[in-house]
Design a binder for this molecule. Structure first.
Ligand code: ZN
Ligand code: ZN
Length: 177
């Protein structure tokens, strides 16, 4: 799986624009995240002199697990991509940037065929909410028996454990080792 675009034509002529439509059924994210719809990517690259401006969007759907109850959660992804691309040999013309600044500001390519798979992956992952929940009210799993408390209650002693005591218990546990 690799999602590449050919920058050859747009790179050579200032003022031109190239459009790209990419689609893939399979896209590896992480072990916990699965793509459940084809990933569709539309891109427009414009040559503004030394810098190529890339704009576009990614559209797909991700299946993740609820952080509390571990049930699958479907998350639609519609995220905008914006990057500035610079050809490696042109770097010295775009400004006096340190290596770190270049990494922060630009995507540097040294071949007309530019693989953007990792960039797309980053955009998709950062488009996900930081806390994935099936519902805000999700009751999660029983810490003792693992019962999904959204489905039914269990018979475990549900007395709240004082979090401070829990930390203490953990500390004692560590000391015993
Ligand atoms: Zn849940
Ligand atoms: Zn239980």
């Amino acid at each position: 799986m690799s999602l590449s675009i050919n920058l050859g034509r747009v790179r050579n002529t200032v003022g031109t624009t190239s459009n790209y439509e990419l689609t893939t059924e399979k896209f590896e994210l992480t072990d916990e995240l699965e793509v459940t719809k084809p990933v569709r990517i539309s891109l427009m690259v414009t040559n503004n002199g030394r810098i190529l401006e890339l704009k576009g969007y990614i559209n797909t759907e991700i299946e993740a697990k609820c952080h509390r109850c571990l049930e699958p959660v479907i998350i639609p992804i519609n995220t905008v991509i914006e990057e500035e691309l610079v050809y490696f040999a042109d770097l010295r013309y775009v400004g006096d940037f340190s290596e770190v600044e270049v990494e922060e500001k630009f995507l540097v390519f040294d071949n007309d065929i530019f693989d953007l798979t990792d960039i797309f992956r980053e955009y998709i992952i950062s488009a996900l909410p930081s806390r994935i929940l099936c519902t805000e009210e999700c009751r999660g799993l029983c810490v003792k028996c693992g019962q999904n408390l959204n489905i039914k209650n269990c018979d475990c002693n549900t007395e709240e454990i004082d979090p401070r005591l829990e930390i203490l218990a953990k500390l004692i546990g560590t000391e015993e080792v």
